[in-house]
Structure formats: C-alpha cells, structure tokens
Design a binder for this molecule. Sequence first.
Ligand SMILES: Cc1cc2nc3c(=O)[nH]c(=O)nc-3n(C[C@H](O)[C@H](O)[C@H](O)COP(=O)(O)OP(=O)(O)OC[C@H]3O[C@@H](n4cnc5c(N)ncnc54)[C@H](O)[C@@H]3O)c2cc1C
Length: 442
Amino acid sequence: MVSQRKNFRVAVVGGGIAGLTLAISLHHRDIPVTIYEQAEAFGEVGAGVSFSPNAVEAMKFCHQGIHQAFEKVCTRNLWPSKQDVWFDYLDGYHTGTSTTAKSASRQDIAFTIRNSLGQNGVHRAHFLEELIKLIPHDIARFNKHLETIVERESDGKLLMKFADGTEDEADVVLGCDGIKSQVRQLIVGADHPSAKPSYTHKYAYRGLIPMEKAIEAVGEELASNACMHMGPGGHMLTFPVNQGKTLNIVAFHTTPGEWSDYPRLTRQGTRDEALRDFAGYGPNVINLLKLTEKELSVWAIFDLGKDPVPTFYKGRVGIAGDAAHATSPHHGAGAGFCIEDTAVLATLLRDKRVQTQGDLEAVLVAYDISRRERSQWLVQSSRFIGDCYEWRAENVGQDFKRIEEAINYRNGVIANVDIDQMCEHAKSILGKKLTCVTKASI
Ligand SMILES: Cc1cc2nc3c(=O)[nH]c(=O)nc-3n(C[C@H](O)[C@H](O)[C@H](O)COP(=O)(O)OP(=O)(O)OC[C@H]3O[C@@H](n4cnc5c(N)ncnc54)[C@H](O)[C@@H]3O)c2cc1C
C-alpha cells in the first residue's frame, strides 16, 4: 500500500533516545519531521543502557532498523546458561568474607530474576551511532536551544524561538528534551511544581572495568553476567558491555543530604569517596570498586515522582520520554518507555483520520490518556524497587523472598505489554476525541 505523505510538519525538540526514535519512526511513516537539538551534534553521556522485552517489542513496532541497530550493538550475559537471566541478586553486604573472592562469590546469589530476553546492554554512544544512520542528515538542526513557542494567529502555525535568535515553524511540537525539559515548563508553567524534577536522595558512581580484571576480582560467573549487589542504603549493579570486553558498573548510594548543584546533574567524584560510601560491604563490591578509575563521574538521581506532570500536552505541544516521565533507573526501563511513547505517537500521527491542526490536538489528547498513567506508575515503582534493593522499602525490608516477589510482579507489569494493543487502544481513544472535535465544530 502506498502511504500518503502527511501535509503537516512535526518538530521534535531534543535528539536523545526519545527524540531520535520518534524522528526515525515519523520519517519512515512519511510524516515530515525536523529535530532541533541544542548540542552541536547528537551525543549520549554515560555508558550502558539495557532494555526489557517491552522496549524491544516497541523498537520492532517503531521501525525494524531501530531493532537491528540494537541487535548490532547489544551485549547479553556471556554465559549461554544465563541467556534468560535479567539479574542475579546478591547479598553484597554480609557474605563473601573471603578476600580471594572467586570462591566466595557464587554463594552470595540470593535469587535470580529472569525474563524472555535476559539482560542486554548497549553502549549508549554505539546505539546512537547506529540510530543516526536511519535518518537523512538534513532532518536535524544543531545548536538550537529552544526557548519558547508561540502560536501565529493567521494560520495557527507554532513558532519556535531558539537561543541563537532564529525561529522555525511547525504544526505540532514534541518536546523530547529530557529531564530538565523546557517544553514541559512551557506546558505546565515555569512555577508549577512539576516544571523541575526533584532529587530522590540517591546518587550513583558510574565506571567501566576491563573484563579480565573484573574476572580476577569476582570470578568469571559474576563478572560475565548481570548482577545486582544489594546492601543497606546502597546497591551496585554490574553488566557486561562492549561485546563482553568491559564490565559496566553503577553503584548507588542513598543520602539524607541535598544535591548541591542543580541544574547540573553530574559531578566529578573519586574512587576513594565511593569506597567510603560502601565501607563495610563484602569483597565483591569492594574489589570491583577498587578497580574503577581514580576519578569517577557521579550522577544525581532526579525524577518526576514527587510532583508528577498533570498533563503531557497543551494544545499542539506535547512531551515524551524523560521530559514527560523522568524516572530513577532502578527498573532499567526509562529509555524503553521513551520508545513506547514513540510507538504510540507515531501510530496516532500516521492515522489516516489525522489531517488538520484540530486533529493534531486530538492526537495529543489520546497520547496523554494512553501513556500518562503507565509511565507515572513506572516512576513511583522505580523509587520503591530502588529502596527494596537497599533493604529500606516499607513492609519488605531485608526479606529476600519479598524483594524477589516485588521485582517479579513489577517487572511483569513493565515487560508483559502488547505494544500493538497499546497502539490500537490509543487509536480508539483518538477516534472518540476526533468525533468530539468534529461535533464541536458543526
Ligand atoms: C544512571 C542511569 C542509568 C539508566 N539506565 C537505564 C537502563 O538501563 N535502561 C533504560 O531503559 N533506561 C535507563 N535510564 C533512563 C534513560 O537513560 C532515559 O530514560 C533516557 O535516556 C531518556 O532519553 P530522552 O531522549 O528522553 O532524554 P535525553 O537523553 O536527556 O535527551 C534529551 C535531549 O534534548 C536536548 N535538549 C535539552 N533541552 C533542549 C532544548 N531546550 N532545546 C533543544 N534541545 C534540548 C539534550 O541536549 C538531549 O540531547 C538510566 C538513567 C540513568 C540516569
């Protein structure tokens, strides 16, 4: 079937995972789209990101090329017997008192969480490099920091104004501009509590360790396959990236203190500082931390959980990805939910009933109804599960059985969704909203 090119123009603000997957999906559905990115080129910071089964299904739904890009750069657990293991969960604190950790490591596994795909990690920059190949160069405008959007009275076009003094226009603007989203501020108002994210009182040290060193430190099983080392007020996750040549580690620490440097969400830290935060932990954790670089980047974990966004749109301006539902990373699902957003938005914008500016507003109403509840649940659930890993969650504590049950139940909610059905449902909401719009205009 030949698809008809849409005669409206979509502006996507921000070129992270949300913006890029959206632009790819729209471009390949014959919908005119331009990305406006504030940086001088596409780029991702940080090392590993992993995807659960719902995210991988959403990739396939959005565009096969996105899924192929993921397959090309993804690293799974290295052991064939662990291909369905999401994480082995370990007591990172009490056990493993041997200093030659090889012998101590295995016995620390408290339980194992599995899913249909097991653990898979991509290096963010490598994934992005592959995604960029799926769109023509002229779709992207760089050095474009969006400041404001106004509607032109004469034809209803949305005028975007950028920090460099330039302007451009579109029929619908989708803010994929991340956790500190300017588009969110324009939708809810700069003084609204949800305009800015809040600190979850956790920060994370991130490091990369050569695989052979990691094997020496914790043994082959724990180094080659994804592990979550739990403890009181801290936890450390590890999984192989870079085709198994490197071990990615993220070590979270909970603190009553405030993050002193908002709006910066990262700062330079040190290995010594990390070792102080994890003092008293078992050798698996300590031995791995000792192998990190002397200087480590520290990430503040902010989210939109304290003050959830009351709406994902205003008129023909919408938000997706972290701009809409920035979450702490404890479910490893934030980026996957960006791709779910993309699947729904691309489906709705491609719908043949969508032609006019009024229809575009109905698209965003349907998107908001379809996506807000699920993605805001993720934000709350992620906070809770992060506390489970640190033996702090109410009615769970250090009870490993309960922690395991909580993870399995919540991971099920995340992974066991039918993306086709989600998009069909959004289309049925769109049908009702379009009828309302038509009736109102008669
Ligand atoms: C430590 C950590 C680990 C994580 N691990 C996982 C994981 O394993 N699995 C998972 O699914 N998720 C994970 N996440 C979450 C995931 O990284 C995010 O959900 C995802 O990357 C968000 O993508 P995004 O495109 O919405 O935002 P971003 O990646 O933040 O992209 C926003 C883009 O918008 C641009 N921009 C910002 N403001 C403007 C403006 N005004 N004008 C123009 N451009 C602008 C920025 O330059 C940037 O390129 C993790 C997060 C953290 C912090």
